[in-house]
Ligand binder design. Structure first.
Ligand code: HXC
Length: 517
């Protein structure tokens, strides 16, 4: 009996040791040669030291067709849980050194197990993706296996934060799990994502294109908007996932943890009084304000290279995590277009799902005019942002810095769509149209028949600006709760968040609303 026990223990040692080798020395060397870490090295960097507890290290697949019968312990994915800054997270990390990290039945079952645990205990789930996609030898079982993961992604959405990191190939249906998750990270040069790869593109469209040009990190961070964060290598990516987690609650029943960065709540910044340039046509960088007001000037910007005319990201005010949405006058004058609208709408919905208050900084001349935007569906996309703000029940505060014209004024979290506190700087211009456009409409006939139309237009533009393009009319109506000196913006926001702490907002009972997707 004792000898049997001894045998089992040594067998276990051998089996575990074999599993820890992954695909073996040669495969690991190839992985490192591509500038990529192994699945286990990534986990070690991501989690607090010594906190990883692994599940299913001995689980294997049933073996496959094409004479490839070998079963690998762990089946190409390492799964389990551990902590980040002492808070529990669940994790799966695909091991490309084993059958290319391809996903079959057992591999998927391991991922599903940690996803189920994450939802049950209310902790984030982090997926490190490095996989050749559906395991071809497993046929339809591999497709079914993806379906199981997609189901869980949707059920976990808005319940626990879901974070994906693309650290190698990610092709076919495999891209859809990351696409459903809340945030997708991607590593430069060693990772790519596409529904159909270069070979299929060549066959169907006769176009020659590289993996990088089709679905590399630059493409997805700048053009498609599929990924939210791009970093230079695996090590920085793991560090930044840890940073993101620090801003988030573990689930939708909790608030994000407070973090005291020792930045006084009542800190003022007199330089802000001079941020808005005297000439209304001149731009400035909204990041100056963002850095000035946030605790310790710490800001985690999301989709920083996509739709740069709007800035979205996470920061802290008075120690509390906030979601920030701000027009960026330095890019396309901060106009709202299709991409800016969808980028901000998804972010607003994320924050609302996870009890993160919203701060909106407004300097927006309007929606981008023209056939390209109209034909691209600016009505549909702009409506998403409108819908997302109205739907949001978290504390909501808006500060209007300068331009807030027409529909864009309303969409950017105006009082009329349920914002809790609306402040304006003295430099705010709140009106139906910009001064020039308004003067052209109201005085069109006089201007056209004037001996010097240009001079009359600029006179009328200036008159309109003085009369209507200011914050005082809106303040008289109570649409603006206070016109504040820019230098005090931080402290007014923190005080506002403090009194909104206990906010309760009801919504009608329904299955779900129908956001214009
Ligand atoms: C089985 C796979 C595999 C897969 C890679 N491998 N992908 N095995 N199924 N999908 C194996 C290879 O046979 C090889 O095994 C090892 O992994 C490493 O692969 P290499 O090709 O040597 O690596 P590399 O040159 O880096 O190329 C990586 C790659 C390529 C670009 C990912 O392997 C590739 O194109 N794989 C197929 C991609 C694909 O078409 N996937 C299906 C997508 S459709 P050995 O034994 O030689 O070491 C899909 C549908 C999902 O995913 C639908 C869900 C709804």
């Amino acid at each position: 009996m004792d000898w049997l026990r001894y045998d089992n223990m040594s067998t276990l040692e051998v089996m575990r040791e074999e599993a820890l080798q992954g695909g073996g020395e040669d495969a690991v060397e190839i992985q490192h040669g591509k500038g990529k870490l192994t699945a286990r090295e990534r986990i070690d960097l991501l989690l607090d030291e010594g906190s990883f507890e692994e599940f299913d290290i001995l689980k294997t697949g049933r073996g496959g067709a094409f004479g490839k019968e070998r079963r690998y312990a762990s089946d190409g994915v390492v799964t389990g849980h551990g902590t980040i800054d002492g808070r529990e997270v669940f994790i799966f990390s695909q091991d490309f050194t084993i059958i290319g990290g391809s996903l079959g039945e057992a591999h998927s079952q391991k991922i599903c197990k940690v996803m189920d645990h994450a939802v049950r205990v209310g902790s984030p789930i982090i997926g490190l993706n490095d996989s050749g996609g559906a395991r071809i030898q497993e046929g339809v079982d591999a497709l079914a296996a993806y379906g199981e993961i997609f189901n869980r992604n949707v059920m976990a959405s808005g319940v626990v934060p879901q974070i994906s990191c693309i650290m190698g190939p990610c092709a076919g249906g495999a891209v859809y799990s990351p696409a459903i998750t809340d945030f997708t990270f991607m590593v430069e040069n060693s990772a790519y994502m596409f529904v159909t790869g270069p070979n299929v593109v060549k066959t169907v469209t006769h176009q020659d294109i590289s993996s990088e040009d089709l679905g590399g990190a630059q493409v997805h961070s700048e053009k498609s908007g599929v990924v939210h964060f791009v970093f230079h290598n695996d090590i920085i990516c793991m560090r930044e996932i840890r940073r993101l987690i620090s801003y988030l609650p573990s689930n939708n029943k909790q608030k994000a943890p407070l973090l005291d960065l020792k930045d006084p709540d009542d800190r003022t910044d007199p330089a802000l009084d001079y941020l808005i340039p005297p000439n209304p046509k001149d731009s400035y960088d909204m990041r100056v304000l963002i850095n000035s007001i946030l605790d310790g000037a710490e800001f985690m910007e999301i989709q920083a290279s996509f739709a740069r005319n709007i800035i979205c990201g996470l920061g802290r005010l008075g120690g509390q995590t906030i979601g920030l949405v701000a027009n960026q006058p330095a890019v396309l004058a901060g106009v709202l277009d299709c991409n800016a609208s969808t980028k901000a709408a998804r972010f607003v919905r994320f924050c609302n799902s996870f009890n993160i208050p919203l701060i909106c900084l407004v300097d927006v001349p309007g929606f981008m005019p023209g056939p390209e935007q109209e034909h691209g569906g600016i009505i549909r996309h702009g409506a998403k942002l409108l819908y997302a703000f109205i739907e949001a029940t978290v504390p909501r505060i808006t500060v209007i810095l300068r331009k807030a014209y027409g529909g864009a004024y309303l969409v950017m979290n105006a009082k009329h769509i349920g914002c809790d506190i609306n402040y304006a700087w003295p430099t705010a211009e709140i009106a139906v149209l910009g001064p020039k456009g308004a003067a052209e409409v109201i005085y069109g006939k006089e201007i056209r028949s004037a001996p010097d139309p240009e001079t009359l237009l600029s006179q009328k533009t200036e008159e309109y600006r003085k009369t209507y393009a200011n914050p005082f009319l809106a303040a008289q109506r109570g649409y603006i709760d206070d016109v504040i000196f820019p230098r005090y913006t931080r402290r007014r926001l923190i005080r506002g968040l403090q009194f909104l702490e206990g906010k309760k907002a009801d919504r009608p009972d329904r299955k779900h609303g129908n956001i214009p997707l």
